[in-house]
Design a binder for this molecule. Sequence first.
Ligand code: ACO
Length: 440
Amino acid sequence: MSKMAKLELDGKVYELPIVEGSEGEKAIDLTRCVELGGTKPGDLRAKTGCITLDPSLGNTGSCSSNITFIDGERGILRYRGIPIEELAEKSRFIEAAYLLIFGKLPTSLETHMFSQMLENHELLHEDMKFHFQGFPPYSHPMAILSSMINATGCFYHDKIEHYNPDTFKDLAAMLLSQVRTIAAFSYRKSRGLPIIYPDPKYKYTANFLHMMFSLPYKEYEMRPEVVSALDTIFLLHADHEQNCSTSTVRTVASSQASLFASAAAGVCALWGPLHGGANQAVIEMLSDIHRSGDDGTRFIEDAKKKDSGKRLMGFGHRIYKNYDPRAKIIKAKCDEILNSMKRSDPLLDIAKKLEEAALQDPYFVERRLYPNVDFYSGIIMRAIGIPVEMFTVIFAIGRTPGWIANFKELAEDKTTRINRPRQVYIGQTLSPYTPKQDRT
Ligand code: ACO
């Protein structure tokens, strides 16, 4: 017998089952509401005429999922049950992607076969090259990325469908492989550089660096520590349950749009500075602080004032009210990569100073604002030579497995219905149409 929540409304009592997740999270199920003494369950609205109001959805579970677990109070993140710290230490991005999408760590044979699929798909349709030429040189690579992921649907229209279990693995490999090729091509386009084709001798992340930085007459010098740092960034971004972009992907997918159309929408949602765009915003903020001669002290004061229009970018999170576990890993990687490259970065010094100050400042302490994944990732990317406008694109490559895994989960769920929230209308009540001559 499941536990019930009781709701009293207009003199009637309704019971709503409490659903409990595998880690003890509780939710009130609004789809199985029963009037006390009654037997037939139904939607809350159908039974009571009421809906729930939760703008920005902070209290709403939009699905049940078995992909990723987050405990924001304790700073825990796990992919399919495995702690992020363990994956960052022992796994690689593509293995973690497989884990997220297919629910298990791959065997050696599965790894080999999946790598083969990624390799088979790494080239774009040759005609897609001409689309890159059509974008103006100052285009933001996120705009190119989302357009080109969607355009893939035109070139492979016979392959790309909503969901077919027999072909899904191949389609997932295609998206995962091509998102990286499109990302690299969009960078080359934005710099007026010739396109470098993927080279099958490289694995996923190294191949991306090759396409980004090799020249027709000079191959990029592959440094294992650089490949490893970028691979870790991809892995740490691979999924984060129902964040803005993933829930966008799920919403689009719920209309039975294709995987590529859904992922293109995910890229758009990720672009904003309050989501994936924060990694770019962090470096811009640190650079501004550096240029102004401030050591961060003045900026922290500004970030606390509501009317200053400033926020400490890379700080705060809707879910984490504790240190983001990914930020801890990235911070350590940051020191590691700068040491191994024998480089220092004044922006890292400012970032550390800002963090130290914020973690002692009552404003940030009371609001439980801690560094998030974006706070240090940009410093690593700068060290690698990735330009700031590509930071959110790197995030998008990393997040692709999470989008694919959520798409698959939704498509395989027989209870899936189209996402269609309701609203409380607060506008004008019934009004007559005013002819033009009588309008003021
Ligand atoms: N700097 C200063 N104040 C902040 C910050 C910040 N970075 N973040 C939150 N606050 C304050 C808000 O002003 C608010 O104060 P108030 O209660 O006095 O009004 C309080 O903390 C709560 O903030 P909300 O905006 O209500 O929190 P919400 O959960 O809606 O937003 C968000 C979370 C968007 C991440 C926010 O913390 C933020 O804007 N951070 C900076 C941008 C950023 O780093 N985004 C990346 C998120 S992680 C990711 O997508 C990978």
